[in-house]
Ligand binder design. Structure first.
Ligand code: NAP
Length: 225
């Protein structure tokens, strides 16, 4: 396809990430699909399945230096980890595990990819309504929601630091979406939005919204606040 974009999706093996891969491929774009498990991503036309743990910096640097691509147009930082545990039982290891995926991995991946970004590149960080100040909060999500709050501030900082030369960076703070993560964290709860619905919106946003937004954390939820 003429004008095919180079898109990276992290956390591509299941849930919203897996649905995003399908949407971009249907649009005719080239997708680099990153996750630790890549069985579900192999042999798909237009998909470069990359087995990668975003918490391991050496795996990131090795992939970036060998990917053979001269630029990326879109990076969706979608990989996420959720621990649902009463605050009184949480350990430093819980916080470290969650922050390694939701914050540190995001920062390291962006840092290594900077040479392949341009003024037109759009980074979309997938955050959560729970990580937005003043939103409804849920018990058990201290590590998870605070990490998403940090991701929102990181988004604002990157937008400021790269406002002249790019990339542009925004975050979408999602409400509940029906995925494996949600089912594992809140068994029996039924979300009003499917992974495919959300993926359609995120893909469209990623390809257009950087013309209007930079450094914004935008709620994407049917509930208020
Ligand atoms: N579902 C919701 O209701 C909801 C609401 C608000 C925000 N979100 C956010 O939306 C994003 C996607 O959520 P989801 O519900 O689709 O989650 P999910 O079903 O659990 O999928 C998470 C993905 O992240 C990948 N991942 C986890 N750790 C990784 C690591 N260290 N390195 C690389 N990939 C890793 C997993 O793949 P591997 O295990 O194969 O690595 C998996 O593909 C997350 O950031 C989540 O916080 C979801």
């Amino acid at each position: 396809m003429q004008n095919a974009k180079h898109v990276i999706v992290t956390g591509a093996s299941r849930g919203i990430g897996r649905a995003l891969v399908d949407v971009y491929v249907d649009m005719g774009h080239q997708v680099w699909a990153l996750s630790r498990n890549i069985e579900s991503l192999q042999n798909l036309k237009g998909v470069h399945a990359v087995e990668l743990d975003i918490t391991v910096e050496k795996q990131i640097s090795d992939w970036v230096s060998s990917c053979g691509v001269d630029h990326f147009d879109v990076l969706i930082n979608n990989a996420g980890m959720l621990i649902n545990k009463p605050f009184s039982e949480t350990t430093i290891e819980d916080y470290e595990a969650v922050y390694r995926v939701n914050v540190f991995g995001v920062a390291q991946l962006i840092r290594h990819l900077l040479p392949l970004f341009s003024k037109q590149t759009h980074i979309v960080n997938i955050s959560s309504m729970g990580g937005v100040n003043g939103s409804a909060k849920f018990p058990g999500l201290a590590a998870y929601s605070s990490s998403k709050g940090a991701l929102g501030i990181l988004t604002e900082l990157l937008a400021e630091e790269f406002k002249d030369e790019g990339p542009r960076t925004n975050a979408l703070a999602l409400g509940a979406v029906q995925t494996e993560m949600l089912a594992e964290a809140f068994p029996g709860y039924e979300a009003p939005v499917s992974a495919a619905q959300m993926a359609n919106y995120i893909a469209d946003f990623s390809l257009t919204a950087h013309q209007l937004y930079n450094g914004k954390v935008l709620p994407l939820s049917q509930s208020t606040p």
